[in-house]
Design a protein around this ligand. Structure first.
Ligand SMILES: Nc1ncnc2c1ncn2[C@@H]1O[C@H](COP(=O)(O)OP(=O)(O)OP(=O)(O)O)[C@@H](O)[C@H]1O
Length: 223
């Protein structure tokens, strides 16, 4: 369960970016996060990753109080989450295997396990045959799928994505978002920030719509 309880966020010297936000996403559910540019979508995801601190209120994630989590516990907490970015942030000087393996290497997983888990993750995203390609030799959609394999290789409890289809055309967006839905159908909690209204309508999933740091039409929102 992801639960924002009266969460406010302000950046130094700025007005509130999120204001007394209440939102619940039960374990295993998938929801979309929408709203105009600057509404606070990325900030909300950053709070979940503890890349930013909550200013006021409580943020609970699967029993962990993220708002008060000690610095030394943050790396272990983050390992429970997978993240996909719009620009996928791949290391362009490393092949597909190395990009996906990195998360496991920093967690101290042994080499044999890494081999089998990276292969399995790449199979899941349909890139089992591109394991030794360099990212620059892949299309935009394929690069994004490498980013997704990297996010799921450590079987995270929660998968977050910030505009994962922002640079892709319609059919590739459908493919990527259907992949997220598939992970959710296998039990992962998924939250995807998107501007893509056509996909929002097609997917018919619960939507959290942010406007100026507040969820629209509701004080208390649940997926
Ligand atoms: N590190 C920061 N310091 C100060 N202000 C910030 C910082 N990060 C974001 N902001 C501001 O907070 C507001 C919300 O930004 P955020 O990136 O969360 O919005 P968003 O909904 O994700 O927008 P977009 O759809 O354009 O990505 C914006 O006004 C932005 O300028």
């Amino acid at each position: 369960m992801i639960e924002f309880i009266n969460v406010t966020k302000h950046y130094p010297g700025r007005h509130h970016v999120l204001r007394e936000l209440n939102l619940k996403l039960p374990t295993g559910q998938m929801a979309l996060l929408t709203g105009p540019s600057g509404a606070g979508k990325s900030t909300l995801l950053k709070l979940l990753l503890r890349l930013e601190d909550v200013s006021h209120g409580t943020l609970m994630v699967n029993g962990v109080d993220v708002s008060t989590l000690k610095k030394r516990h943050i790396p272990a907490y983050r390992r429970r989450i997978g993240v996909v970015f719009q620009d996928h942030k791949l290391l362009m000087d490393r092949d597909v295997f190395s990009n996906v393996a990195l998360t496991l290497q920093v967690s101290g997983v042994n080499a044999k396990q890494i081999q089998s888990r990276v292969r399995a993750a790449l199979e899941k995203v349909g890139l089992g045959n591109r394991i030794h390609n360099m990212p620059a030799t892949l299309s935009g959609g394929e690069q994004q799928r490498v980013g997704i394999a990297r996010a799921i290789v450590h079987t995270p409890e929660i998968l977050l994505a910030d505009e994962p289809t922002g640079n892709l055309d319609g059919s590739l967006s459908t493919e990527i978002l259907d992949m997220f839905r598939d992970f959710h159908q296998h039990g992962t909690t998924v939250l995807v920030a998107t501007h893509d209204q056509a996909q929002v309508e097609r997917l018919g999933l619960p939507v959290f719509h942010l406007e100026q740091g507040m969820l629209q039409n509701s004080q208390e929102k649940s997926a």
